[in-house]
Design a protein around this ligand. Structure first.
Ligand code: BMA
Length: 320
């Protein structure tokens, strides 16, 4: 198991009046919708440690309402500088330049570089995979799967010799169903050995679920934060919860939390372009202190931060 040291992880203690496992940053949202001149909204974004500070890939919908992903840097993980223009990808096959949109990025360090996955519009949503060594040049590898698929999330290391990616088969619209599967690959290009991981349940996760941040390795299993969707008479409600997956056979569920960990309740989560959405795409973890910082989109409009402690999340998942 790799040790994760992140002494400068963004952090704020749990407020005295809060008894929940996950609590929000008091100054949310950390990135407002109009943060760069081109943006209509900035949300559902991914953050990683980078050379003693932080780098990120941000979903920015522009004022034409085109969806794309932009690079950002931060000293403290809270105050960010974002490029006004989307990431420019390099690729070998000109066909890879044919895309309709990019959104909901995840970023992970594997072996020697940062890999980025996102929902790539290629005749419908599918999973794009690219990489960067330095957040200067970005290389688009391939579309991992056929449309329609979303929420492609890589594990941070090979498992039993294979790269592993969680994903969520879907449809071309606002999919009213969806379970989490995983796919395996020798080279991050050819994917197969697909396995069912987990399906919808009751209540907050009764319509569809999808993997959130990169799974975190713990001695007890892979800790997976995932979003779950409930259909109310007013539309979808996006919350998130957590589960533990087997370390060597990550399609096997060791434990799954019952209640949600966070649901849309603050104004910046309930009011925006899509009301009642909390959508986590990144988690930072400092092992010595047990601190976890979670990045999530609020109401498909702004970027927010929340905190929890590893021992408390594990206890929550196991208890349920
Ligand atoms: C999903 C994705 C997310 C979005 C959510 C709520 O299907 O498009 O990007 O946050 O819907 O609109």
């Amino acid at each position: 198991m790799q040790t994760s040291f992140l002494p400068n992880i963004p952090w704020e203690e749990r407020p005295a009046e809060c008894s929940d496992v996950v609590w929000r940053y008091s100054k949310n949202p950390i990135i407002p919708r109009d943060f760069i001149p081109s943006s209509n909204s900035i949300f559902n974004s991914a953050v990683v440690p980078f050379n003693g500070r932080y780098a990120g890939v941000f979903r920015c919908d522009n004022k034409k309402r085109e969806m794309n992903i932009h690079r950002g840097f931060s000293e403290d993980g809270i105050r960010w500088v974002l490029d006004n223009d989307p990431i420019k990808w390099q690729y070998d096959d000109p066909e890879l330049g044919c895309f309709q949109y990019r959104y909901d990025p995840r970023v992970v360090w594997i072996e020697d570089r940062y890999y980025i996955t996102w929902c790539n519009g290629y005749h419908g949503p599918t999973i794009g995979i690219g990489y960067s060594y330095n957040f200067e040049q970005f290389y688009f590898l391939e579309n991992a799967l056929l449309p329609f698929n979303r929420n492609g999330v890589l594990f941070p290391r090979k498992i039993r010799g294979a790269y592993v990616m969680l994903n969520r088969p879907s449809d071309n619209g606002h999919t009213p169903f969806g379970d989490i599967f995983l796919s395996q690959s020798p080279d991050l290009i050819h994917w197969g050995r697909h396995r069912f991981v987990m399906g919808v349940k009751n209540g907050w996760e009764s319509t569809k679920i999808g993997a959130g941040p990169i799974p975190i390795e713990t001695p007890d299993g892979w800790l997976l934060f995932y979003h779950g969707v409930l259909t109310s008479c007013n539309g979808f409600v996006y919350s998130f919860g957590a589960a533990l997956l087997d370390l060597e056979h990550p399609w096997k569920i060791i434990a799954r939390g019952g209640p949600y960990l966070l649901s849309p309740q603050r104004e910046y989560e309930c009011v925006g372009d899509v009301p009642n959405v909390i959508f986590p795409c990144a988690a930072l973890f400092d092992q010595p202190s047990g601190r976890i910082a979670l990045y999530y989109g609020g109401a498909d409009t702004v970027t927010c931060l929340a905190f929890c402690r590893m021992d408390e999340v594990l206890a929550f998942v196991k208890k349920s």
